[in-house]
Design a protein around this ligand. Sequence first.
Ligand SMILES: *[C@@H]1O[C@H](CO)[C@@H](O)[C@H](O)[C@H]1NC(C)=O
Ligand SMILES: *[C@@H]1O[C@H](CO)[C@@H](O)[C@H](O)[C@H]1NC(C)=O
Ligand SMILES: *[C@@H]1O[C@H](CO)[C@@H](O)[C@H](O)[C@H]1NC(C)=O
Ligand SMILES: *[C@@H]1O[C@H](CO)[C@@H](O)[C@H](O)[C@H]1NC(C)=O
Ligand SMILES: *[C@@H]1O[C@H](CO)[C@@H](O)[C@H](O)[C@H]1NC(C)=O
Length: 327
Amino acid sequence: MSRCRLPPHAVVCIALTILRLTSGKMVPRWSEEFRPGCKGNTTTCINGGIDLTRFGFELGDGTSYGPNLIGWGNWQRQCHTNHSSNVRVEAFPDKPTDGMLVIQAGYSPGQACYNENAPPSVTDFTSARVITRNKAAFRWKGTPGKSTPVRIDVRVQVPLVNGTWPAAWMLPDTNKEWCLACGPYGDGWCLGGEIDIMEHINTNDYTISNLQYGGLANASWLECKEKIGKFRAKHRASDWNVISLIWDSTYMQFLANGKQYHKVTLGTWNTGAAPNNTYAPFDVPFYLIFDMAIGGLYPGYNIDSAAIAAGAARYNIDYIRVWDLVP
Ligand SMILES: *[C@@H]1O[C@H](CO)[C@@H](O)[C@H](O)[C@H]1NC(C)=O
Ligand SMILES: *[C@@H]1O[C@H](CO)[C@@H](O)[C@H](O)[C@H]1NC(C)=O
Ligand SMILES: *[C@@H]1O[C@H](CO)[C@@H](O)[C@H](O)[C@H]1NC(C)=O
Ligand SMILES: *[C@@H]1O[C@H](CO)[C@@H](O)[C@H](O)[C@H]1NC(C)=O
Ligand SMILES: *[C@@H]1O[C@H](CO)[C@@H](O)[C@H](O)[C@H]1NC(C)=O
């Protein structure tokens, strides 16, 4: 969806960029437009345009990531793969140079599920989970209390299919590849916190945003607390929507198509790993996750296998754009 491609636009773009800079607003930090095609490089680019220098995958039924993580910690039913049937870059039908990341669930009863460093299992559904861990992680800039916010925009379209759970979310960055939800404040959910930019389930007419935090040192996930906000889209949850997170050291703000619907302020969140640091756990870099679960504690198990088999369980991500909001 780049607006800065052709020369006539370039002039406008440069002008806009200068305006933005001089009026002190949004300074681009990182972005991914998911342009179709690998330009001949199949070493670092797969499935029609996924750049492996920027994105990785988490595979299987969760077993690879910890003994209690079969079903990814909450009894999800899918096997995550990196096959192009489950995850790829596709051009928009009417704009061949403009692409989107597609995560598409499949229904294949009784199929073997590949788990790295762990035995295979058997699952009925396939899907995908794309991450930027160790490749791109974000946080506000500056020092706690004297920071400038980061803004993360995702333009997404979710399916209205029972049993689906598409999400755009963040966990603390770590180089522990085989440890989910690990980070500077401890290993295991959710001492390190979790930022849910967007989640949607089933045929709901709304999406949610959420912060998860709390925990006690060495306690179970049951000690987690959360702060949920809803974006009600009436019959338009399945339209394209731009969901934004503005994250400063003292607040988190969530916007849909530019309009705020949820805000959480300092003093709300905490972590049992650093009880005296009011900025923790949201004062370290978090990486991005785009996935679609089938079944699980949140959507439940009323799964529309026929719709999934027919290809209707498609979660589309047009772009990810990250800015610094400077004064
Ligand atoms: C593909 O990208 C990698 C890493 O950037 C580079 O080492 C390699 O030479 C590239 N291959 C081609 C065919 O361009
Ligand atoms: C893709 O999945 C296969 C297992 O099906 C695995 O061996 C391979 O390393 C994966 N590649 C990437 C880039 O994740
Ligand atoms: C989805 O499930 C709900 C019950 O939870 C049901 O009322 C609805 O008809 C289902 N929708 C479709 C399209 O199957
Ligand atoms: C948490 O568990 C680890 C490993 O079992 C142990 O070393 C540590 O002392 C425990 N911390 C607390 C606060 O109980
Ligand atoms: C937090 O502060 C309290 C009160 O000042 C102190 O008693 C406690 O030891 C501190 N805890 C940690 C983990 O630093």
